[in-house]
Design a protein around this ligand. Structure first.
Ligand code: NAD
Length: 399
Protein backbone atom coordinates (compact mmCIF):
# COMPACT_ATOMS: atom_id res chain seq x y z
CA UNK A 1 0.00 0.00 0.00
CA UNK A 2 1.22 3.49 -0.82
CA UNK A 3 -0.12 6.48 1.10
CA UNK A 4 -0.90 9.41 -1.14
CA UNK A 5 -2.34 12.85 -0.43
CA UNK A 6 -5.67 13.87 -1.92
CA UNK A 7 -7.57 17.17 -1.99
CA UNK A 8 -11.18 17.36 -3.14
CA UNK A 9 -10.93 21.04 -4.05
CA UNK A 10 -13.89 23.27 -4.95
CA UNK A 11 -16.84 23.36 -7.36
CA UNK A 12 -17.10 19.98 -9.12
CA UNK A 13 -13.92 18.83 -7.32
CA UNK A 14 -15.61 16.69 -4.61
CA UNK A 15 -17.92 14.94 -7.14
CA UNK A 16 -15.19 14.03 -9.62
CA UNK A 17 -12.81 13.03 -6.81
CA UNK A 18 -15.41 10.68 -5.28
CA UNK A 19 -16.03 9.09 -8.71
CA UNK A 20 -12.27 8.68 -9.27
CA UNK A 21 -11.61 7.19 -5.83
CA UNK A 22 -14.43 4.67 -6.30
CA UNK A 23 -12.89 3.52 -9.60
CA UNK A 24 -9.40 3.31 -8.05
CA UNK A 25 -10.72 1.20 -5.19
CA UNK A 26 -12.79 -1.09 -7.45
CA UNK A 27 -9.73 -1.69 -9.67
CA UNK A 28 -7.67 -2.75 -6.65
CA UNK A 29 -5.24 0.19 -6.55
CA UNK A 30 -2.82 -0.31 -3.67
CA UNK A 31 -3.40 3.16 -2.26
CA UNK A 32 -4.30 4.72 1.07
CA UNK A 33 -5.37 8.33 1.30
CA UNK A 34 -4.62 11.33 3.52
CA UNK A 35 -7.06 14.10 2.70
CA UNK A 36 -6.02 17.76 2.98
CA UNK A 37 -7.97 20.94 2.37
CA UNK A 38 -6.85 23.39 -0.33
CA UNK A 39 -8.55 26.16 -2.26
CA UNK A 40 -11.31 28.69 -1.72
CA UNK A 41 -12.12 28.04 1.96
CA UNK A 42 -8.44 28.11 2.87
CA UNK A 43 -7.87 31.34 0.89
CA UNK A 44 -10.87 32.96 2.60
CA UNK A 45 -9.53 31.92 6.03
CA UNK A 46 -6.55 34.19 5.27
CA UNK A 47 -3.92 31.78 3.87
CA UNK A 48 -2.84 33.79 0.82
CA UNK A 49 -1.60 30.74 -1.11
CA UNK A 50 -4.71 28.58 -0.52
CA UNK A 51 -2.97 25.92 1.56
CA UNK A 52 -2.13 25.59 5.27
CA UNK A 53 1.26 24.73 6.75
CA UNK A 54 -0.03 21.39 8.07
CA UNK A 55 -1.14 20.43 4.57
CA UNK A 56 2.37 21.08 3.23
CA UNK A 57 3.75 18.60 5.78
CA UNK A 58 1.35 15.88 4.55
CA UNK A 59 2.22 16.55 0.88
CA UNK A 60 5.97 16.43 1.59
CA UNK A 61 5.62 13.26 3.68
CA UNK A 62 3.55 11.30 1.13
CA UNK A 63 5.35 12.77 -1.94
CA UNK A 64 2.47 11.95 -4.32
CA UNK A 65 -0.58 14.21 -4.51
CA UNK A 66 -3.87 13.84 -6.42
CA UNK A 67 -5.51 17.25 -6.54
CA UNK A 68 -9.03 18.17 -7.69
CA UNK A 69 -9.48 21.66 -9.21
CA UNK A 70 -9.88 24.65 -6.91
CA UNK A 71 -11.53 28.05 -7.19
CA UNK A 72 -9.23 31.03 -6.83
CA UNK A 73 -11.29 33.83 -5.22
CA UNK A 74 -11.67 37.01 -7.29
CA UNK A 75 -9.65 40.05 -6.28
CA UNK A 76 -6.03 40.77 -5.52
CA UNK A 77 -3.78 39.29 -2.87
CA UNK A 78 -4.37 35.59 -3.65
CA UNK A 79 -1.39 33.65 -4.95
CA UNK A 80 -1.93 30.85 -7.46
CA UNK A 81 -1.78 27.57 -5.55
CA UNK A 82 -0.42 25.76 -8.60
CA UNK A 83 2.44 28.21 -9.10
CA UNK A 84 3.28 28.07 -5.36
CA UNK A 85 3.21 24.29 -5.45
CA UNK A 86 5.47 24.00 -8.52
CA UNK A 87 8.03 26.31 -7.00
CA UNK A 88 7.96 24.99 -3.42
CA UNK A 89 8.07 21.32 -4.42
CA UNK A 90 10.43 21.76 -7.41
CA UNK A 91 7.90 20.27 -9.86
CA UNK A 92 10.05 20.91 -12.93
CA UNK A 93 8.10 18.94 -15.57
CA UNK A 94 4.49 19.34 -16.60
CA UNK A 95 3.40 16.34 -18.64
CA UNK A 96 0.17 16.55 -20.60
CA UNK A 97 -0.94 13.77 -22.94
CA UNK A 98 -3.27 15.05 -25.70
CA UNK A 99 -5.20 12.27 -27.39
CA UNK A 100 -8.24 12.19 -29.64
CA UNK A 101 -10.87 9.47 -29.17
CA UNK A 102 -12.39 9.66 -32.65
CA UNK A 103 -15.11 8.84 -33.64
CA UNK A 104 -16.48 8.62 -30.09
CA UNK A 105 -15.51 12.17 -29.11
CA UNK A 106 -15.93 14.94 -31.68
CA UNK A 107 -12.66 16.40 -33.00
CA UNK A 108 -11.32 18.00 -36.18
CA UNK A 109 -8.17 15.90 -35.80
CA UNK A 110 -8.91 12.19 -35.42
CA UNK A 111 -5.30 11.06 -34.99
CA UNK A 112 -3.77 13.19 -32.24
CA UNK A 113 -1.54 11.27 -29.86
CA UNK A 114 0.94 13.81 -28.55
CA UNK A 115 2.64 14.21 -25.19
CA UNK A 116 3.53 17.79 -24.29
CA UNK A 117 6.34 18.11 -21.77
CA UNK A 118 6.61 21.66 -20.52
CA UNK A 119 9.34 23.16 -18.36
CA UNK A 120 7.51 24.26 -15.24
CA UNK A 121 9.70 26.52 -13.08
CA UNK A 122 11.70 28.97 -15.20
CA UNK A 123 11.25 31.28 -18.19
CA UNK A 124 8.97 34.33 -17.89
CA UNK A 125 7.13 32.52 -15.07
CA UNK A 126 10.07 32.89 -12.67
CA UNK A 127 8.14 35.89 -11.32
CA UNK A 128 10.94 38.46 -11.72
CA UNK A 129 9.24 41.70 -12.76
CA UNK A 130 10.32 45.29 -12.25
CA UNK A 131 8.85 48.71 -12.72
CA UNK A 132 11.62 50.53 -14.58
CA UNK A 133 10.10 53.95 -15.12
CA UNK A 134 6.63 55.42 -14.80
CA UNK A 135 5.87 54.03 -18.23
CA UNK A 136 8.04 50.93 -18.59
CA UNK A 137 7.78 47.57 -16.84
CA UNK A 138 10.03 44.58 -17.34
CA UNK A 139 9.71 40.80 -16.92
CA UNK A 140 12.90 38.75 -16.92
CA UNK A 141 13.11 35.52 -18.89
CA UNK A 142 15.23 33.19 -16.84
CA UNK A 143 16.59 30.02 -18.45
CA UNK A 144 19.28 27.94 -16.73
CA UNK A 145 21.43 25.11 -18.05
CA UNK A 146 20.49 22.79 -15.14
CA UNK A 147 16.81 23.57 -15.78
CA UNK A 148 17.14 22.83 -19.52
CA UNK A 149 19.10 19.63 -18.94
CA UNK A 150 16.53 18.30 -16.47
CA UNK A 151 13.48 18.89 -18.66
CA UNK A 152 15.07 17.79 -21.95
CA UNK A 153 16.46 14.61 -20.40
CA UNK A 154 13.08 13.94 -18.81
CA UNK A 155 11.43 14.22 -22.25
CA UNK A 156 13.84 11.73 -23.83
CA UNK A 157 13.58 9.32 -20.88
CA UNK A 158 9.78 9.54 -21.08
CA UNK A 159 9.90 8.84 -24.83
CA UNK A 160 12.17 5.83 -24.23
CA UNK A 161 10.01 4.42 -21.45
CA UNK A 162 6.82 4.69 -23.51
CA UNK A 163 8.27 3.53 -26.85
CA UNK A 164 7.77 6.95 -28.44
CA UNK A 165 9.64 7.55 -31.68
CA UNK A 166 10.39 11.27 -31.82
CA UNK A 167 11.00 14.28 -29.56
CA UNK A 168 10.42 17.75 -31.03
CA UNK A 169 11.82 20.86 -29.36
CA UNK A 170 10.07 24.18 -29.98
CA UNK A 171 11.75 27.53 -29.25
CA UNK A 172 12.17 31.02 -30.69
CA UNK A 173 15.96 30.95 -30.75
CA UNK A 174 16.16 32.88 -34.01
CA UNK A 175 15.18 35.93 -31.91
CA UNK A 176 16.02 35.04 -28.29
CA UNK A 177 19.48 33.73 -29.06
CA UNK A 178 20.70 33.49 -25.45
CA UNK A 179 17.69 32.14 -23.57
CA UNK A 180 15.88 30.02 -26.16
CA UNK A 181 19.31 29.48 -27.72
CA UNK A 182 20.45 27.71 -24.54
CA UNK A 183 17.31 25.53 -24.44
CA UNK A 184 17.90 24.50 -28.08
CA UNK A 185 21.63 23.94 -27.54
CA UNK A 186 20.98 21.64 -24.54
CA UNK A 187 18.35 19.79 -26.61
CA UNK A 188 20.94 19.20 -29.35
CA UNK A 189 23.48 17.89 -26.82
CA UNK A 190 21.13 15.55 -24.95
CA UNK A 191 19.52 14.20 -28.14
CA UNK A 192 22.95 12.67 -28.97
CA UNK A 193 22.59 10.41 -25.93
CA UNK A 194 19.39 8.88 -27.38
CA UNK A 195 20.28 7.84 -30.95
CA UNK A 196 17.29 5.44 -31.07
CA UNK A 197 14.84 8.37 -30.76
CA UNK A 198 14.42 10.87 -33.62
CA UNK A 199 14.87 14.51 -32.69
CA UNK A 200 13.95 17.73 -34.39
CA UNK A 201 13.76 21.42 -33.57
CA UNK A 202 11.27 23.90 -34.98
CA UNK A 203 10.69 27.56 -34.44
CA UNK A 204 7.68 27.91 -32.13
CA UNK A 205 5.51 29.92 -34.54
CA UNK A 206 5.59 27.42 -37.39
CA UNK A 207 5.56 24.59 -34.84
CA UNK A 208 2.31 25.94 -33.33
CA UNK A 209 0.77 26.38 -36.78
CA UNK A 210 1.64 22.75 -37.58
CA UNK A 211 0.21 21.58 -34.27
CA UNK A 212 -3.10 23.28 -35.07
CA UNK A 213 -3.12 21.96 -38.65
CA UNK A 214 -1.43 18.52 -38.70
CA UNK A 215 -1.01 17.52 -35.03
CA UNK A 216 -0.45 13.89 -36.00
CA UNK A 217 3.13 14.72 -37.10
CA UNK A 218 4.10 15.30 -33.44
CA UNK A 219 4.95 12.62 -30.92
CA UNK A 220 6.63 14.05 -27.79
CA UNK A 221 7.08 17.84 -27.65
CA UNK A 222 9.42 19.53 -25.15
CA UNK A 223 9.39 23.29 -24.69
CA UNK A 224 9.96 26.20 -22.31
CA UNK A 225 7.31 27.23 -19.78
CA UNK A 226 5.30 30.00 -21.48
CA UNK A 227 5.11 28.33 -24.91
CA UNK A 228 4.20 25.07 -23.19
CA UNK A 229 1.38 26.69 -21.24
CA UNK A 230 -0.21 28.06 -24.41
CA UNK A 231 0.44 25.08 -26.66
CA UNK A 232 -0.74 22.42 -24.24
CA UNK A 233 -4.18 24.07 -24.01
CA UNK A 234 -4.37 24.34 -27.80
CA UNK A 235 -3.41 20.69 -28.21
CA UNK A 236 -5.98 19.53 -25.62
CA UNK A 237 -8.70 21.66 -27.21
CA UNK A 238 -8.11 20.47 -30.78
CA UNK A 239 -8.02 16.88 -29.55
CA UNK A 240 -11.59 17.66 -28.46
CA UNK A 241 -10.79 16.62 -24.96
CA UNK A 242 -10.20 19.53 -22.57
CA UNK A 243 -12.69 17.89 -20.20
CA UNK A 244 -10.98 14.51 -20.65
CA UNK A 245 -7.33 15.39 -20.14
CA UNK A 246 -5.15 14.91 -17.07
CA UNK A 247 -1.67 16.16 -16.35
CA UNK A 248 1.22 15.46 -14.03
CA UNK A 249 3.68 17.82 -12.41
CA UNK A 250 6.86 15.92 -11.70
CA UNK A 251 9.68 16.86 -9.34
CA UNK A 252 12.75 15.05 -8.02
CA UNK A 253 11.04 14.37 -4.67
CA UNK A 254 7.31 14.95 -5.17
CA UNK A 255 4.69 14.71 -7.92
CA UNK A 256 1.22 16.21 -8.29
CA UNK A 257 -1.53 14.90 -10.57
CA UNK A 258 -4.66 16.78 -11.65
CA UNK A 259 -7.26 17.34 -14.37
CA UNK A 260 -6.45 20.22 -16.70
CA UNK A 261 -9.85 21.91 -16.32
CA UNK A 262 -10.94 24.20 -13.48
CA UNK A 263 -13.56 23.85 -10.74
CA UNK A 264 -16.50 24.55 -13.13
CA UNK A 265 -18.69 26.32 -10.53
CA UNK A 266 -21.45 26.65 -13.16
CA UNK A 267 -22.17 22.91 -13.02
CA UNK A 268 -21.09 22.11 -9.44
CA UNK A 269 -23.33 19.96 -7.24
CA UNK A 270 -25.48 18.66 -10.11
CA UNK A 271 -23.86 15.24 -10.64
CA UNK A 272 -23.23 16.07 -14.31
CA UNK A 273 -19.47 16.83 -14.44
CA UNK A 274 -17.23 14.52 -16.44
CA UNK A 275 -14.77 12.86 -14.02
CA UNK A 276 -12.48 11.68 -16.87
CA UNK A 277 -9.81 14.42 -16.53
CA UNK A 278 -9.15 13.54 -12.89
CA UNK A 279 -9.36 9.83 -13.68
CA UNK A 280 -6.73 10.27 -16.41
CA UNK A 281 -4.55 12.04 -13.84
CA UNK A 282 -5.07 9.11 -11.46
CA UNK A 283 -3.97 6.68 -14.21
CA UNK A 284 -0.77 8.73 -14.62
CA UNK A 285 -0.32 8.59 -10.84
CA UNK A 286 -0.58 4.78 -10.80
CA UNK A 287 1.99 4.55 -13.60
CA UNK A 288 4.25 6.92 -11.66
CA UNK A 289 4.03 4.59 -8.64
CA UNK A 290 4.70 1.52 -10.80
CA UNK A 291 1.14 0.14 -10.31
CA UNK A 292 0.99 -0.33 -14.07
CA UNK A 293 -1.38 -3.33 -14.22
CA UNK A 294 -4.04 -1.36 -12.31
CA UNK A 295 -3.43 1.73 -14.46
CA UNK A 296 -3.85 -0.39 -17.60
CA UNK A 297 -7.04 -2.03 -16.29
CA UNK A 298 -8.64 1.34 -15.51
CA UNK A 299 -7.56 2.96 -18.78
CA UNK A 300 -8.90 0.12 -20.91
CA UNK A 301 -12.20 0.07 -18.97
CA UNK A 302 -12.46 3.84 -19.46
CA UNK A 303 -11.75 3.56 -23.22
CA UNK A 304 -14.41 0.84 -23.47
CA UNK A 305 -16.92 3.09 -21.65
CA UNK A 306 -16.20 5.99 -24.04
CA UNK A 307 -16.48 3.58 -26.96
CA UNK A 308 -19.78 2.16 -25.64
CA UNK A 309 -21.18 5.69 -25.99
CA UNK A 310 -21.78 6.11 -22.26
CA UNK A 311 -21.07 9.82 -22.10
CA UNK A 312 -21.47 12.75 -19.74
CA UNK A 313 -23.28 15.79 -21.17
CA UNK A 314 -20.10 17.59 -22.30
CA UNK A 315 -19.20 14.92 -24.88
CA UNK A 316 -22.71 13.58 -25.53
CA UNK A 317 -23.59 13.48 -29.27
CA UNK A 318 -27.06 12.61 -30.54
CA UNK A 319 -26.87 9.50 -32.73
CA UNK A 320 -23.46 8.39 -31.52
CA UNK A 321 -23.73 8.36 -27.74
CA UNK A 322 -25.95 5.67 -26.26
CA UNK A 323 -26.57 7.21 -22.82
CA UNK A 324 -26.28 10.67 -21.29
CA UNK A 325 -25.12 9.84 -17.78
CA UNK A 326 -24.19 11.70 -14.61
CA UNK A 327 -20.85 11.69 -12.80
CA UNK A 328 -21.73 8.77 -10.51
CA UNK A 329 -23.31 6.70 -13.28
CA UNK A 330 -20.26 7.25 -15.54
CA UNK A 331 -18.04 5.93 -12.72
CA UNK A 332 -20.39 2.91 -12.31
CA UNK A 333 -20.04 2.16 -16.05
CA UNK A 334 -16.23 2.30 -15.86
CA UNK A 335 -16.29 -0.01 -12.82
CA UNK A 336 -18.57 -2.44 -14.70
CA UNK A 337 -16.07 -2.46 -17.60
CA UNK A 338 -13.00 -3.24 -15.45
CA UNK A 339 -11.23 -6.21 -17.02
CA UNK A 340 -12.53 -5.40 -20.52
CA UNK A 341 -10.71 -3.91 -23.51
CA UNK A 342 -11.89 -1.42 -26.14
CA UNK A 343 -12.66 -2.82 -29.61
CA UNK A 344 -12.15 0.17 -31.92
CA UNK A 345 -9.95 2.46 -29.84
CA UNK A 346 -6.43 1.21 -29.27
CA UNK A 347 -6.14 -0.66 -25.97
CA UNK A 348 -3.21 0.43 -23.80
CA UNK A 349 -0.38 -1.69 -22.44
CA UNK A 350 1.62 -0.26 -19.56
CA UNK A 351 4.71 -2.27 -18.73
CA UNK A 352 6.97 -0.10 -16.61
CA UNK A 353 6.30 2.81 -14.30
CA UNK A 354 7.06 6.33 -15.45
CA UNK A 355 9.00 7.27 -12.35
CA UNK A 356 12.74 7.42 -13.06
CA UNK A 357 15.59 9.25 -11.44
CA UNK A 358 17.63 11.51 -13.67
CA UNK A 359 21.41 11.72 -13.26
CA UNK A 360 22.61 14.59 -11.05
CA UNK A 361 23.67 17.82 -12.79
CA UNK A 362 27.37 17.96 -13.64
CA UNK A 363 28.49 21.53 -13.20
CA UNK A 364 30.54 22.78 -16.17
CA UNK A 365 33.97 24.35 -15.69
CA UNK A 366 33.33 28.03 -14.96
CA UNK A 367 33.86 30.24 -18.02
CA UNK A 368 36.69 32.82 -17.93
CA UNK A 369 35.15 36.26 -17.48
CA UNK A 370 36.62 39.67 -18.24
CA UNK A 371 35.00 42.97 -17.44
CA UNK A 372 34.09 44.58 -20.75
CA UNK A 373 31.68 47.17 -19.35
CA UNK A 374 28.54 47.47 -17.26
CA UNK A 375 24.90 47.90 -18.22
CA UNK A 376 23.25 50.81 -16.47
CA UNK A 377 19.55 51.58 -16.63
CA UNK A 378 18.78 55.27 -16.06
CA UNK A 379 15.39 56.81 -15.40
CA UNK A 380 15.97 60.31 -16.83
CA UNK A 381 13.38 63.05 -16.97
CA UNK A 382 15.58 65.67 -18.64
CA UNK A 383 15.33 66.54 -22.31
CA UNK A 384 18.93 67.14 -23.36
CA UNK A 385 21.18 64.14 -23.98
CA UNK A 386 24.19 66.38 -23.27
CA UNK A 387 22.94 66.99 -19.70
CA UNK A 388 22.67 63.26 -19.11
CA UNK A 389 26.14 62.70 -20.58
CA UNK A 390 27.59 65.37 -18.27
CA UNK A 391 25.93 63.80 -15.21
CA UNK A 392 27.23 60.36 -16.13
CA UNK A 393 30.72 61.73 -16.81
CA UNK A 394 30.90 62.79 -13.15
CA UNK A 395 30.13 59.22 -12.09
CA UNK A 396 32.81 57.84 -14.39
CA UNK A 397 35.57 59.56 -12.41
CA UNK A 398 34.28 57.88 -9.19
CA UNK A 399 34.37 54.32 -10.58
P1 NAD B 1 -13.29 25.63 -15.99
O1 NAD B 1 -12.35 24.66 -16.61
O2 NAD B 1 -13.65 25.39 -14.57
O3 NAD B 1 -14.65 25.66 -16.87
C1 NAD B 1 -14.69 26.00 -18.24
C2 NAD B 1 -15.95 25.37 -18.87
O4 NAD B 1 -15.75 23.95 -18.99
C3 NAD B 1 -17.21 25.55 -18.02
O5 NAD B 1 -18.31 25.74 -18.87
C4 NAD B 1 -17.35 24.22 -17.30
O6 NAD B 1 -18.69 23.88 -16.96
C5 NAD B 1 -16.75 23.24 -18.30
N1 NAD B 1 -16.13 22.11 -17.61
C6 NAD B 1 -14.94 22.13 -16.92
N2 NAD B 1 -14.68 20.93 -16.41
C7 NAD B 1 -15.69 20.12 -16.79
C8 NAD B 1 -15.98 18.75 -16.55
N3 NAD B 1 -15.16 17.97 -15.83
N4 NAD B 1 -17.13 18.24 -17.07
C9 NAD B 1 -17.95 19.00 -17.81
N5 NAD B 1 -17.74 20.30 -18.07
C10 NAD B 1 -16.62 20.86 -17.56
O7 NAD B 1 -12.64 27.07 -16.17
P2 NAD B 1 -13.08 28.49 -15.58
O8 NAD B 1 -14.57 28.59 -15.59
O9 NAD B 1 -12.26 29.47 -16.31
O10 NAD B 1 -12.57 28.48 -14.08
C11 NAD B 1 -13.37 28.19 -12.94
C12 NAD B 1 -12.51 28.23 -11.69
O11 NAD B 1 -11.52 27.19 -11.78
C13 NAD B 1 -11.74 29.54 -11.49
O12 NAD B 1 -11.78 29.90 -10.12
C14 NAD B 1 -10.30 29.18 -11.89
O13 NAD B 1 -9.37 29.97 -11.20
C15 NAD B 1 -10.24 27.73 -11.46
N6 NAD B 1 -9.23 26.90 -12.15
C16 NAD B 1 -8.56 26.00 -11.39
C17 NAD B 1 -7.64 25.16 -11.99
C18 NAD B 1 -6.93 24.17 -11.09
O14 NAD B 1 -7.24 24.03 -9.93
N7 NAD B 1 -5.96 23.45 -11.62
C19 NAD B 1 -7.40 25.21 -13.36
C20 NAD B 1 -8.13 26.13 -14.13
C21 NAD B 1 -9.05 26.98 -13.52
Amino acid sequence: MTRITIAKGDGIGPEIMDATLRILQAAGAQLEFDEIEVGEKVYLRGESSGISKGAWDVIRRNKVFLKAPITTPQGGGYKSLNVTMRKSLGLFANVRPCTSYYPFVKTKHPKIDTIIIRENEEDLYAGIEHQQTDEVVQCLKLISRPGCEKIVRYAFEFAKRYGRKKVTCLTKDNIMKQTDGLFHQVFREIAQEYPEIQNEHRIIDIGSAMLADTPEVFDVIVLPNLYGDVLSDIAAQIAGSVGLAGSSNIGEQCAMFEAIHGSAPDIAGKNIANPSGLLQAAVMLLNHLGQCATAEKIQNAWLKTIEDGIHTFDIYQEGLSTANVGTREFADAVIANLGQQPNTLQAVTYREGTSFSLPGYQRKTPARKELAGVDLFVHWNGLQAAELAAALKKLESKM
